[in-house]
Design a binder for this molecule. Structure first.
Ligand code: NAD
Ligand code: ZN
Length: 348
């Protein structure tokens, strides 16, 4: 094994292998990237543990990883926006650019989306990787490639807060204090929310939310969503007008609806079971809008500007660091839920 392009490949459920693979060459409009940092996402772990997420089923070996940043090591024909040596964050989903959804500017809904580490598309947990140049975002000198990798989850927060309409003075409830709940917390505060409350079952995660700027945290102690909504309202002093649900737990989605002020909005970020029983009449008669989000669209530039300007500091999200060679240990750590964000350094 030469280890020229060490790559983390998921062969099948429960079977990740580190192997040398051919170094990819950039085609027209593409760049070759010497990978620097790749964060592990819950979905990477889910594919490893279960071999599928919903309709996306692993049928052939797939390279893992999609929260990534690298250094341009080669430019393909026609690329003028980037040069060798540029440090970039990689937006992992490349849409067709031609369909109605793409043309409407909602390319995250493109039916032909090619998204890293969503079967059958390879991810970028490797030494070298090739990506379309227009989905790479040059990082200013003072923004690290770790921060570049974190643009991916942060973009989920940006998209959710936009869909929720978070603005100056918003009172926001965030359910779930995993990485996604926390990036929503950071974004909501940066949008000017005056009060953000975060819920979770886990004390350590609530402590993290507090440390990252939550005005209030509420531990979920009741299985009864109405009772939980009353507890949250009691702590908040009133019902929040916006709730961003980031756990996917059915009980939490029910709480989110009961807890949101009439005329307000619940944004569903967390994805749990595909069918969930909801207090839909309560939502209907109180005109509580329920909105979904899928990843993000046109959010990388905003997320990068937030980091570059210092409006948001994502660095505390990183609790563990591993080398590419130690990918298995990194995945075990993420699976155990020991930390928040586990970051892999791919540079030799
Ligand atoms: P995570 O598992 O690390 O965090 C979820 C948190 O929710 C945990 O801390 C857990 O303790 C907490 N939780 C569980 N039950 C709860 C309850 N009843 N009330 C309050 N909190 C509860 O996951 P993550 O990486 O932070 O991702 C969160 C969710 O967002 C996942 O479902 C993921 O699939 C989803 N997600 C969706 C999108 C999208 O585009 N819609 C993008 C990324 C992630
Ligand atoms: Zn399209």
């Amino acid at each position: 094994m030469t280890d020229k392009n060490l790559t983390a490949i998921l062969y099948k459920q429960g079977d990740i292998r580190l192997e040398d693979s051919p170094v990819p060459e950039p085609g027209p409009g593409q760049v070759q990237l010497c990978m620097q940092h790749v964060g592990i996402c819950g979905s990477d772990v889910h594919y490893w543990q279960h071999g599928a997420i919903g309709d996306f089923i692993l049928k052939a070996p797939m390279v893992l990883g999609h929260e990534a940043a690298g250094v341009v090591s080669q430019v393909g024909a026609g690329v003028t926006s980037l040069k060798v040596g540029d440090r970039v964050a990689i937006e992992p989903g490349v849409p067709c650019r031609r369909c109605t959804d793409c043309k409407k500017g909602r390319y995250n809904l493109c039916p032909d989306m090619k998204f890293c580490a969503t079967p059958p598309v390879h991810g970028n947990l490797a030494r070298f990787y090739v990506h379309d140049a227009d989905f790479c975002f040059k990082l200013p000198d003072h923004v690290s490639t770790e921060e570049g990798a974190l643009l991916e989850p942060l973009s989920v927060g940006v998209h959710a807060c936009k869909r929720a309409g978070v603005t100056l003075g918003s009172k926001v409830l965030i359910c779930g204090a995993g990485p996604i709940g926390l990036v929503n917390l950071l974004t909501a505060k940066a949008c000017g929310a005056s009060q953000v409350c975060v819920t979770d079952l886990d004390d350590k995660r609530l402590e993290m939310a507090k440390a990252m700027g939550a005005d209030l945290t509420v531990k979920v102690t009741s299985k009864d969503p109405r009772e939980m909504a009353d507890i949250i309202e009691g702590c908040f002093g009133e019902k929040p007008s916006i709730t961003i649900e980031c756990s996917g737990a059915p009980a939490s989605i029910r709480t989110a609806i009961y807890c949101t002020r009439s005329g307000g909005c619940v944004v569903l970020v967390g994805l749990g079971p595909s069918d969930v029983t909801l207090p839909i009449v309560d939502a209907a008669v109180r005109e509580v809008d329920i909105r979904g989000i899928f990843r993000y669209v046109n959010c990388y530039p905003t997320a990068l500007a937030m980091i570059a300007s210092g409006k948001v500091d994502v660095r505390p999200l990183i609790t563990h660091r591993f080398r590419l060679e130690d990918t298995m240990e990194a995945f075990e750590t993420t699976r155990r839920g020991d930390g928040i964000k586990v970051m892999i350094c791919c540079a030799r």
